[in-house]
Design a protein around this ligand. Structure first.
Ligand SMILES: [Cu+2]
Length: 163
C-alpha cells in the first residue's frame, strides 16, 4: 500500500555561518536536531552519523532508512552496546522507532548511522547531504555537519574496524 506523503522539511538557521551552530529539520511531528558526522582519516572506509529525533506527535513513527549516496556506497543504522565489557555493534535492520513524546539520540557509543564504502574522506566543516526515510513522515533531506576527528571523543568507534 502506497500513500502519498506530505512532507515538510524545513531547514532552520543553515545560513547563519560559523562552525558551532546547530541546525534543525522538521518532518510532520518529528523534529530532527543537528545531524553531524566526524572527519575520517584518509584510508577510512566508514564514518559515523549522529542526530537527535524528537516525536512531538501522538503516534509513533519509525526511521526505516538513511542514505547518503554522494559519500557512501551504502548507509546503515547500528546500535553499539557494551556486553561483558566488550563493545559490540549490531545493525538495526528493522529501523528505529520513535514513540510519541520520545527523543531518540544517535550518538557515539549508542545508536548511530554508519556511512559505509566511503567514496572520499569526510573533511571537517564540510556538510554531507543525506536522506532520512520515516515510515509515516516520509523522506527528509538533511545535511550532516562534519566535525573534528575527535568530536565528542572517546574510543566509541573502535569496534567498527572490522566492517
Ligand atoms: Cu556501526
Amino acid at each position: 500500500m502506497t500513500k502519498s506523503i506530505l512532507l515538510t522539511a524545513v531547514a532552520i538557521s543553515l545560513s547563519l555561518g560559523g562552525a558551532a551552530f546547530a541546525h534543525d529539520y522538521k518532518a510532520g511531528a518529528l523534529k530532527i536536531g543537528h545531524p553531524w558526522s566526524r572527519a575520517t582519516p584518509g584510508g577510512a572506509k566508514v564514518g559515523g552519523g549522529y542526530l537527535v529525533i524528537e516525536n512531538t506527535g501522538p503516534t509513533a513513527d519509525k526511521l526505516i532508512a538513511v542514505s547518503a549516496p554522494t559519500i557512501a556506497g551504502r548507509t546503515e543504522m547500528h546500535e553499539m552496546a557494551t556486553t561483558n565489557g566488550v563493545m559490540t555493534m549490531r545493525p538495526l535492520d528493522s529501523g528505529v522507532e520513535i514513540a510519541p513524546g520520545a527523543k531518540v539520540e544517535f550518538k557515539p557509543g549508542g545508536y548511530h548511522i554508519m556511512f559505509m564504502e566511503l567514496k572520499q574522506p569526510l573533511k571537517q566543516d564540510e556538510r554531507v547531504k543525506g536522506t532520512l526515510t520515516f515510515e509515516k513522515a516520509g523522506t527528509v533531506e538533511v545535511e550532516f555537519k562534519v566535525e573534528a576527528v575527535g568530536a565528542r571523543g572517546g574510543a566509541d568507534h573502535g569496534a567498527h574496524k572490522g566492517h
